[in-house]
Design a protein around this ligand. Structure first.
Ligand code: MF3
Ligand code: CO
Length: 255
């Protein structure tokens, strides 16, 4: 369902978003060669719960952990476990927390030690894609304007834009209407019109090579079809009558 949030509800979503942001900052401090993704997950769960929030992913459609940790060619929904991060890896930490009835959802792809320059470039451009999309997260535009801006920036760098996994509305439910794709076949001006009070998880997932992905036999882990790396960058955003508010980033911060 597409829900319009009032100012009080957006404040609550910002509080949930603050928890998510703090978890991502902890992940960035902890993610070093030698730590396991399971250890990251345990620390994330502990911080989320210490703030009176709930890890939204845990138990969602049977998902077994609190966060997603997608390493290298893993695109999304990597399950934390015994894998030990090593020098040169990238790991996308996707964190969703529910506080006072509302979810916040954000992802950062973290660099582990000495990452290859072309992989660092992929991570940087994926973050840029989010901000290109954000320019259209305003009343007067439509969903596909966000998508087309993301797609154009990624494809200008020769990257593959994941089509099978998409952003989404978010609020009392982790996934609400509308869908927020990152790929439109280049078309602007389609999809529903943006309205003040919509809250969206905008989340480019960008592959170094082909856009195609497959899901591993664990039923969750999505990997690139060609085994090349993938990056992910996500924030929860509120549409307003003016500039969008990034609910998973405090004012002025760009972390
Ligand atoms: N941010 C991810 C998404 O929107 C969170 C997935 S939680 C999981 O799909 F349980 F589905 F893994
Ligand atoms: Co999401």
């Amino acid at each position: 369902m597409l829900t319009i949030k009032n100012a009080a509800e957006i404040k609550k979503m910002q509080a949930a978003g603050r928890v998510v942001q703090d978890v991502l900052e902890l992940m960035a401090q902890m993610a070093r060669p030698g730590i396991t993704t399971g250890e990251l997950d345990a620390a994330a769960e502990e911080l989320i719960r210490s703030r009176g929030a709930i890890p939204s992913c845990l138990g969602y459609s049977g998902y077994p952990k609190s966060i997603c940790t997608s390493v290298n060619e893993q695109v999304v929904h990597g399950i934390p476990g015994k894998y030990r991060l090593k020098d040169g890896d990238i790991v996308s930490c996707d964190v969703v927390a529910k506080l006072d009835g509302f979810h916040g959802d954000a992802t950062r792809t973290l660099l582990i030690g000495d990452v290859a320059p072309e992989t660092r470039e992929l991570v940087k451009v994926t973050e840029e894609c989010f901000f290109k999309g954000l320019e259209f997260a305003r009343v007067g535009y439509r969903i596909s304007d966000i998508s087309a801006a993301i797609q154009a920036h990624a494809e200008a760098h020769g990257y593959g834009v994941v089509r099978d996994m998409i952003g989404h509305g978010i609020g009392r439910d982790m996934h609400e209407a509308p869908d927020v794709p990152n790929y439109t076949g280049g078309r602007y001006g389609r999809g529903i019109r943006l309205m003040a009070g919509m809250t969206l998880a905008i989340e480019p997932m960008i592959n170094m090579g082909t856009w195609q992905i497959k899901v591993l036999s664990d039923g969750w882990t999505a990997v690139t079809a060609d085994g090349k790396p993938s990056a992910h960058y996500e924030n929860t955003v509120a549409i307003t009558d003016g500039a969008p508010i990034i609910l998973t980033m405090s004012e002025g911060s760009h972390a």
